[in-house]
Design a protein around this ligand. Structure first.
Ligand SMILES: [Zn+2]
Length: 325
């Protein structure tokens, strides 16, 4: 059996590096990708912390489990349009992407140009694709007042894209103050420090009492979702984008129903349909998100990298944290 390097979740806030994980074998219609860059994602944090539904010991956690932001080169192909040597953004078909090699199907691949000056920045195409899908589901935002709760990598991409799509106002909200500087850099019109300000009151003031037409929750924690639910205007829209750690949790239902808020969600693999568009937008410079691919850490620092991602308040400047193989 051929082996490879992989990251394994072994307990609450504990990962370990393996160099003896089994290398995946491909079937007809699949490719094997040798990864060069693998990024961490907010959706990994519930599983990493064993928080909420992820505390269940019955959940299988194979090596590489839940990584899904991968850049690399095809090294073996049984899919005719995808020759060996092609640089790709690749979705691991089994979601075991924290690994040196992944198995992918064409639906989860996007072609990257050869000889890019900075291949690593293309990692942002994966989260960008999830935001593109969200924006398709949410209806127009031109001329609208918007709020984005959470200014981690996902929230920053929403902030940036809403500005480029013609939103009238983009209010960026986070409780980690250093992230708000990045929010301004990525196009926020206003910022609110949730660690020290009354957020609904601040939004009311910034919108002259109107509240927002569209609010995105990009955190995934109960307190952030409850806060986000308070920000849409009457009959406004709430996008629940951050993946909840819990199956059931408190939520201001009376307010939401009385306010006639429209709730929209997304999480599925359908985001892959937007991979190539996301790649092309970055290549064409329709978006300018490369600066958020930081820090870039060697693979053997993965233990530290997960700690940093889970605790942004103590990891200033850490955004789309990317491991380099
Ligand atoms: Zn992700």
């Amino acid at each position: 059996m051929k082996t490879m390097r992989a990251i394994e979740f072994i307990g609450p806030s504990q990962v370990r590096l393996r160099d003896d994980a089994p290398r995946p074998e491909i079937s007809d219609g699949e490719v094997l990708v040798h990864c060069r860059y693998v990024a961490l994602c907010g959706t990994n944090m519930g599983p990493y912390l064993y928080d909420g539904r992820w505390a269940d010991p019955k959940i299988a956690r194979p090596p590489g489990w839940l990584g899904h932001e991968n850049i690399g080169f095809i090294v073996e192909s049984r899919a005719p349009q995808w020759p060996v040597g092609t640089p790709v953004l690749a979705h691991p078909d089994d979601y075991n992407g924290f690994a040196e090699y992944i198995r992918s199907k064409p639906a989860g691949l996007a072609r990257l140009p050869e000889n890019l000056p900075d291949l690593a920045e293309m990692i942002v195409a994966q989260p960008l694709a999830t935001v593109l899908r969200a924006m398709v589901r949410t209806g127009p935002v031109i001329q609208q007042r918007c709020a984005v709760v959470g200014q981690g990598p996902m929230g920053l991409i929403f902030t940036h894209l809403l500005g480029r799509m013609g939103a009238r106002q983009i209010i960026a909200i986070d409780q980690v103050p250093w992230r708000l500087k990045w929010a301004m850099r990525f196009g926020a019109s206003d910022v609110i420090d949730a660690s020290s300000e009354d957020v609904p009151a601040a939004v009311r003031r910034l919108t002259q009492g109107e509240m927002v037409d569209f609010c995105v929750e990009a955190v995934g924690r109960p307190d952030a979702l409850s806060l986000a639910a308070r920000l849409p205007r009457r009959q406004g829209r709430l996008y629940v984008f951050g993946v909840p750690h819990h199956d059931e949790q408190p939520f201001p239902w009376f307010h939401t129903v009385a306010n006639e808020t429209e709730i929209i969600t997304s999480m599925g693999p359908e985001c892959m349909e937007y991979f190539q568009t996301a790649v092309d937008m970055i290549v064409r410079k329709s978006v300018d998100l490369g600066a958020m691919v930081t820090p870039r850490m060697p693979w053997d620092k993965a233990v530290e990298a997960f700690q940093m991602y889970a605790h942004p308040e103590t990891a200033e400047g850490s955004l789309k944290l990317t491991l380099v193989l």
